[in-house]
Design a protein around this ligand. Structure first.
Ligand SMILES: Cc1ncc(COP(=O)(O)O)c(C=O)c1O
Length: 357
């Protein structure tokens, strides 16, 4: 067992969860980015129809799924040039294992970031180097993550920022992976895929997408890798040996999910409506909202220690996440997830407003 893996940070939040649960009206858990809205029925139905599945699925994905991912990448992401695709068992496993698979030595990660980028570097015995978004200042390395819209900040990279990151990758012959699992959830800003900015030259470039949030399928574990054909071919070979294959009923459900954008638009409207209710209430309680232009989270600060903000909300029965979970620069921020029902979000707004009246 790797002794250097960090303690699972959620354990530190547990006492605040207990305190929030004591609220007479119960807890409103806004600490986790786990979808609560039902998986659309047409996706569930394709999954159920595929339940007779005696044979092993293939790592590369069925021809139907590969075609669905390719069309979606071209029509929806704006990918062009030569690229390949690969289904994943959710994107977290890729984030955790990719540095190991490609034998990365130095992994650049955003300085405020989803913690699994760091975990992946540790598992791969690579050095993780936190960097700002501006890639013109990045050091030499052989691997970098970008994440737009960001978890936890909801910040959206500009085209110029992505272009700089691509230039860094080309100059250093380094792998650049863009985690785009919130790309469909634009609000006041809409992000663009790395693959639409690469102008058809996808060497060393990969984009990761997930159906967990896009289609409320987190329990299915379905995600996609799109980009450099040579890299994907090597990653596919590794995954074949390691038994990393997506179950067939999930592959079939992914096909129909990728073929429909209407449910994604409805989901985006739900999250954006929740943000428009919760953000002003947090502002009235003295929080300054930063970024939060897209994605699933509100990133805010009251210029106090993150745990003080977490404790204040926990007394109202609301559980948020301290920004310190995402890097030292988040020490005075909190992340508030929009993954609660509309009724719970309205209830949270009422609780905050009555506390500051
Ligand atoms: C930035 C980011 N990447 C990847 C993931 C993993 O998602 P999944 O494994 O469900 O695809 C998450 C989950 O919250 C995330 O926030």
């Amino acid at each position: 067992m790797r002794s250097s893996l960090p303690d699972f940070p959620w354990d530190a939040l547990a006492p605040f969860g207990e305190s929030a649960r004591k609220h007479p009206l119960g807890i409103i858990d806004l600490s986790q980015g786990t979808p609560v809205d039902p998986t659309p029925e047409f996706i569930q139905s394709r999954f159920r129809e595929s339940s007779n599945s005696p044979r092993y699925p293939v790592t590369a994905g069925t021809a139907e799924l590969r075609d669905a991912i390719k069309s979606w990448a071209i029509n929806h992401l704006g990918a062009s040039g030569d690229f390949d695709v690969l289904p994943l068992i959710g994107s977290k496993e890729l984030v955790a294992w990719l540095p190991t698979i490609v034998e990365a030595k130095k992994v650049l990660i955003p300085e405020v970031a989803y913690p699994t980028y760091n975990v992946g570097a540790i598992i791969g015995s690579a050095q993780a180097i936190p960097v700002p978004i501006d890639a013109s200042a990045w050091p030499v390395a052989d691997f970098a993550w970008i994440n737009s819209p960001s978890n936890p900040t909801g910040q959206v990279h500009t085209d110029q920022e992505i272009t700089e990151a691509i230039a860094w990758s080309r100059k250093n012959e380094a792998i650049l992976v863009s985690d785009e699992c919130y790309l469909d959830f634009g609000d006041s800003a809409h992000g663009r895929s790395l693959l639409s900015i690469s102008e058809g030259n996808n060497k060393n470039l990969l984009a990761v997408h997930s159906l967990s949030k896009r289609s409320s399928m987190a329990g299915y574990r379905g995600a996609l890798l799109i980009g450099d054909s040579n890299l994907i071919s090597n990653i596919r070979e590794f995954r074949k040996h390691a038994g990393m294959m997506v179950p067939l009923p999930v592959q079939n459900a992914m096909v129909v999910a990728l073929g429909d954008e209407k449910h994604v638009q409805e989901q985006r409207d739900r999250y954006n409506n929740r943000r428009s209710l919760l953000a002003p209430a947090l502002q009235r309680a003295g929080f300054t909202i930063e970024y939060s232009n897209a994605g699933l989270y509100i990133w805010c600060t009251r210029n106090e220690d993150a745990w003080t903000s977490v404790a204040w909300l926990a007394e109202l029965g609301i559980l948020a996440t301290p920004g310190s979970f995402y890097g030292a620069k988040g020490a005075s921020h909190i992340r508030v997830a929009l993954t609660a029902t509309d009724a719970q979000i309205s209830d949270a707004v009422e609780r905050i407003e009555s506390a500051v009246k």
